[in-house]
Write a protein that binds this ligand. Structure first.
Ligand code: AHR
Length: 632
């Protein structure tokens, strides 16, 4: 194989490799959003879901009330506890999302909104282990105020680790107290932010060094119907005023394990932008284009009534980029971020199709381009598997000359191997490509995480050589979906599995990481007898030059069951280091995967190889993926 280091083929978007975030598989609520209390505001479809009333005659003494005032319409319900006639101490227990992951020695921050007209009740707080033993306790004394809601905070420190803990409150003394927003967060959130995100999950994203983060989905952008679409304005401001909705993944496609799946929006658009900034990723929000999910209701907003949807897009740009003197820039500043978030990319619609999508997109495109030519618009060609719809849209979107087309590939491993050349002869003059959702769907699976086996990841590694080789047209790429909780998933495979205590990166995660950690600035040609290496003798390869850090990185994939010996000639004027840093991933069998709760089986390994007179001999193991970095 030959690499010509002095003839870069084109530039690479430094933000090419990113992540796709959707609240699917308990990715946000019950996942990265570190709230441990399920249904903290009693707004789930069944108001006491997640809660258990403790004591005698609780039906009479613990009731859900519904506020009618305008200002409480986002969060109307609260719980009234009246202990005056109770024979026993009354209590309330919360089960958490599949239990609560509790760690010994760690502090847990409780908070609540309450109203008590007359002093009388003292509240005891407890963390319990999975057997019901108390492993932390404290109390707070609510003060009396006839009219106003007040807030209280308390801290509990756990004396034991348990992945299946729970939380309990006891109401001691006689009186009446109203409760809302009962909340519990671990102290070790990402950057120690109060009511923040699970640090280990954000760290797994930061480690990818992603160029962008697309949010909030996925199908939840569209909604099962339009009333359940994602509306970003309802996800910013005080968390008690963010109106929750049933998660779209808690509907028709719902896995039997997730009847309790709601979006509380504690992770709202402000928090998404902040997370993007924290991990050094460009924010890439996707907004509803006036269409509900066509797999479901397919509801449409009439073309002449799209204004509120377009206004949402315009206001979002103001929220992200506007000065603190603008309406939405001020909302951002009041939430703690006067500096702009520098939004440059905006998606309009997700997996919408047909002329209905094209017509709506055209209205958005016209107005957004007039008002915000600085923002690139991403249009969705949807799932490749939709065949004629995909082709229709691809053609129409090109005619419309949209900035970027978002293509989705959920296919079997073989497809990924066969499509490594997909962009080799693509039109370079038209729109750029966002490979916005892809994942190899391997059939062999008796175990949930097993779909993320080495066969799938290896075929993705091969496909990604093709994206990298064509990085002048493929500007953005992200695997999907991102997270899955082992006890609360609806979709499979996924990039990162989690339980209540830990994250379990999949083999696909390590493949993505190899690409996103080694982006390079320029595409190099890596050729075998003059041709791109894209499956000849089961080998796939690509190469990039990093002018800034003065190195080149080669990616080579051997998808066959035989070892290979590859001779690499590194032509060019650069004076190369004498040894190359090599990272490789392989596994004994293609079905190998990283199981939740077990030691990781498929992980990258490191070694070095000598570089002599601009030559490098690479012995490739069967079924292996190599990332080779040589500095100059
Ligand atoms: O990634 C899971 C789903 O796949 C996304 O929500 C949707 O865009 C696609 O169909």
């Amino acid at each position: 194989f030959t690499v010509d280091m002095n003839k870069p083929k084109g530039e690479i978007n430094p933000n090419m490799w990113g992540i796709f975030f959707e609240d699917i598989n308990m990715g946000a609520d019950g996942g990265i959003y570190a709230e441990l209390i399920k249904n903290r505001s009693f707004e789930f479809f069944r108001p006491m879901m997640g809660w258990e009333k403790l004591g005698k005659n609780t039906e009479a003494s613990m009731t859900i009330l519904n506020r009618q005032e305008e200002e409480h319409q986002a969060n109307p319900r609260y719980l009234r506890v009246d202990t005056r006639k109770a024979d026993t101490t009354l209590g309330l227990k919360n089960e958490g999302f599949r239990g609560m992951g509790i760690k010994e020695g760690l502090a847990y921050d409780f908070s609540v909104l309450y109203r008590q007209a007359n002093a009388g009740i003292r509240v005891k707080l407890e963390l319990l282990d999975s057997t019901g033993q108390v492993i932390a306790e404290t109390a707070f004394q609510p003060t009396a105020d006839v009219q106003n809601w007040q807030s209280a905070e308390a801290r509990l420190v756990a004396t034991k680790t348990d992945p299946k803990g729970s939380f309990r409150m006891w109401f001691e003394g006689k009186g009446v107290i109203d409760l809302d927003m009962i909340s519990l967060f671990p102290e070790d959130t990402w950057k120690g932010r109060k009511k923040g995100l699970r640090a280990d999950m954000v760290q797994a994203l930061a480690d990818l060094k992603p160029g962008f983060i697309r949010f909030p989905g996925g199908c939840i952008v569209e909604g099962f119907d339009l009333s359940q679409r994602f509306q970003w304005k309802k996800t910013v401001g005080a968390i008690e005023d963010r109106q929750l909705i049933i998660n779209r993944w808690n509907t028709e496609f719902a896995h039997r394990l997730t009847p309790d799946y709601f979006q509380t929006f504690g992770l709202g658009f402000y928090e998404y932008f902040l997370m993007a900034e924290d991990i050094g990723a460009e924010p890439l929000p996707i907004l509803n284009c006036g269409m509900a999910c066509q797999f479901n209701t397919g509801e449409l907003v009439p073309l002449d009534e799209l204004d509120p949807y377009i206004q949402d897009a315009i206001d979002l740009i103001e929220f992200a980029n506007g000065s603190v003197n603008t309406t939405w820039g001020k909302v951002r500043a009041d939430m703690g971020h006067p500096e702009p978030f520098n939004l440059k990319l905006l998606g309009v619609g997700n997996e919408n199709w047909g002329p209905q999508y094209v017509e709506r997109l055209a209205v958005f495109q016209k107005i957004l381009k007039e008002k915000h030519p600085e923002v690139e618009i991403i249009a969705s060609a949807g799932p490749y598997s939709s065949g004629e719809y995909f082709e229709y849209l691809d053609k129409e979107l090109r005619t419309m000359n949209v900035d970027i087309i978002d293509e989705h590939f959920y296919q079997e491993p073989k497809w990924f191997l066969n499509n490594a050349k997909r962009y080799d002869n693509y039109d370079r003059q038209g729109p750029k490509i966002f490979a916005g959702e892809y994942a190899a769907h391997s059939r062999a699976a008796t175990h949930a995480e097993q779909r993320n086996n080495w066969e799938a990841a290896l075929s993705e590694a091969a496909f990604l050589t093709g994206l990298e080789r064509n990085a002048d047209v493929v500007q953005l790429a992200s695997y999907a979906p991102l997270f899955a909780h082992a006890e609360g998933w609806q979709w499979n495979p996924n990039l990162i599995w989690v339980d209540n205590m830990k994250v379990y990166p999949t083999p696909s995660y390590y493949v993505q990481k190899a690409y996103s950690n080694n982006t390079g600035t320029h595409i190099l040609s890596l050729l075998d007898q003059g041709a791109a290496v894209a499956g000849q003798d089961s080998v796939y390869a690509s190469a990039v030059l990093d002018e800034e850090h003065r190195n080149i990185t080669l990616k080579l994939v051997n998808v066959s069951g035989q070892a290979k010996q590859i001779a690499l000639n590194l032509n060019g004027s650069q004076k190369l280091a004498k040894s190359a840093q090599v990272e490789f991933i392989t596994a004994n069998d293609l079905g190998a995967f990283n199981a939740v709760g077990k030691e990781l089986r498929v992980v990258p390994q490191q070694t070095t190889l000598p570089v002599n007179k601009k030559k490098l001999d690479l012995p490739m193991q069967p079924h292996a993926f190599y990332t080779i970095k040589i500095t100059y």
